[in-house]
Design a protein around this ligand. Structure first.
Ligand code: 5GP
Length: 114
């Protein structure tokens, strides 16, 4: 059996990170290495799905639950406007293969897509 992901370990309390919001199946934390003035991660509590394509195929309601929590945390911790980024595959920058959404906010309008 493969090792638990870093996000599962955070959820279990094995790695410190404040859970800033949660729903029945999804939780949100601050990214440890923020790439924007607001940089949160929204993550399913189960690590069943490795990326957003698998998630959308397997459980679209869970994907909708993620986008709902992303909107909530973007409103509570920012101005409610945000980018939602799913890095999908190593060459796209994915390093943790437990699907997660980056919620990026702040003054991004002049920035690049990356
Ligand atoms: P990916 O590169 O897979 O799209 O995103 C993984 C994200 O998880 C990265 O932005 C990275 O900074 C974040 N991350 C990795 N380890 C930890 C951790 O222990 N705590 C928190 N809060 N974020 C982490």
């Amino acid at each position: 059996m493969s090792e638990a992901s870093v996000f599962t370990r955070i959820l279990r309390g094995e790695i410190p990170s404040e859970i800033i919001a949660e729903t029945e199946n999804v939780f949100a934390i601050r990214d440890i290495a923020p790439q924007a003035p607001l940089h949160l991660l929204v993550i399913p509590k189960s690590e069943q799905y490795r990326n957003v394509v698998e998630l959308a195929d397997g459980d679209p309601a869970l994907l909708a639950e993620m986008t709902g929590l992303a909107a909530d945390v973007a409103r509570v911790h920012g101005n409610g406007e945000f980018r939602l980024v799913f890095n999908t595959g190593p060459s796209a920058g994915q390093t943790v293969f437990h699907v997660h959404a980056h919620v990026l906010g702040g003054d991004l309008a002049e920035g690049s897509l990356g």
